[in-house]
Design a protein around this ligand. Structure first.
Ligand code: XMP
Length: 323
């Protein structure tokens, strides 16, 4: 019988058997898969697990706190948070090309993660021999069913590790589909904000600023994104929409009239899409009153933004993200 209870019981036993009295580490991204995988392993081996969260400063409003506070409160997991915001900003300075940004973010992520890993390995305690990954069944099928090594599509995950690190993988979600993972997460008591989270790219807001990534621009985009998310949630549209990137056209300026006079600010793009698997997508026909509310609020509340535009392109030809 497939029940979440049975899955949890079976996996907890399997993880205990696999890890024995050694230690494991797990990178948390803020996403559903790594959170549920970590929660399962935590349930199985408790303090033998250490989670690592790299704060690259490219997350949306409240997301880092969700990991640092809510996830820890729900699971009791041992968490090492690395504040690497300055480092990422420095590495990204002057870079506008999307692929270049991805490369830099991926590279810095691995470096920071490896450093954290090293520190954990140097702590007193049993050997750190295992790396937990939130690999799902569709990933297993896609990669030909192999096991034992990290199999990561380079541009689609910042959590990839180079081949020369020898950890045995613990992959407790290998038999599950996304909706099952959410059910297991819910059963494990994880907060809804984590379990029901829509897809969000590993490079985060770094690829939602068209132009150079700076602290000011990130803060501005975070504000606009928070407003859009708040209104979409309030309108009950979260389940209907696959995801809604909010994009700052930092290299574009547009003229507006606000308050006392003329402004020369930046446009924000709303990119709500409906999709089954992100391979293809259609633009979401959102109610006009919701769009209107988001537009009014963003232009009123976010400094330097004087225009909100809606992306009405399907995928193909447009990708979901702008970069
Ligand atoms: P695109 O823009 O290619 O996006 O239509 C398809 C899905 O993938 C996500 N995406 C990424 N996820 N790293 C990730 O982890 C990336 O570099 C990346 N680029 C796009 C995107 O949010 C959508 O869900």
């Amino acid at each position: 019988d497939w029940t979440t209870g049975n899955v949890i019981e079976e996996q907890v036993a399997a993880i205990r058997e696999q890890v024995g009295d050694k230690r494991a580490i797990c990178g948390l991204s803020g996403g559903v898969d790594s959170a549920v995988a970590a929660a399962l392993v935590q349930k199985a081996i408790g303090s033998q697990l250490t989670c690592v969260y790299v704060d690259h400063g490219l997350m949306r409003q409240g997301e880092t706190e969700q990991v640092e506070k809510d996830f820890v409160a729900a699971t009791g997991v041992q968490l090492k948070v690395v504040d690497a915001q300055e480092r990422f900003l420095k590495a990204l300075a002057g870079v506008s090309d999307p692929e270049e940004k991805r490369k830099i973010i991926g590279r810095e992520f691995i470096r920071v993660f490896e450093q954290a890993q090293l520190e954990i390995m140097q702590e007193d305690g049993p050997e750190v021999a295992f790396l937990v990954q939130g690999t799902l069944y569709p990933d297993v099928v896609e990669s030909g069913g192999g096991t034992g090594t990290a199999n990561i599509k380079s541009h689609h995950n910042v959590g990839g590790l180079p081949d020369d690190i020898e950890f045995e993988l613990v992959e407790p979600l290998r038999k599950l589909f996304k909706d099952e993972v959410r059910m297991v997460g819910q059963e494990l008591g994880l907060p809804d904000e984590i379990v029901q989270r829509q897809p969000f790219p590993g490079p985060g807001l770094g690829i939602r600023i068209v132009g150079e990534v700076t602290k000011e621009r990130l803060d501005l985009l975070r504000e606009a994104d928070a407003i859009a998310r708040e209104e979409l949630t309030a309108a009950g549209l979260d389940r209907e929409i696959w995801q809604c990137p909010v994009v700052l056209l930092a290299d574009v300026r547009s003229v507006g009239v606000q308050g006392d006079g003329r402004t020369y600010g930046h446009p924000i793009v709303l990119r709500p899409v409906s999709s089954e698997d992100a391979m293809t997508a259609d633009w979401s026909r959102l109610p006009y009153d919701v769009l209107s509310k988001i537009s009014t609020r963003i232009t009123n509340e976010v400094k330097d933004v004087n225009r909100v535009v809606l992306d009405v392109t399907s995928k193909p030809p447009g990708t979901i993200e702008w970069e």
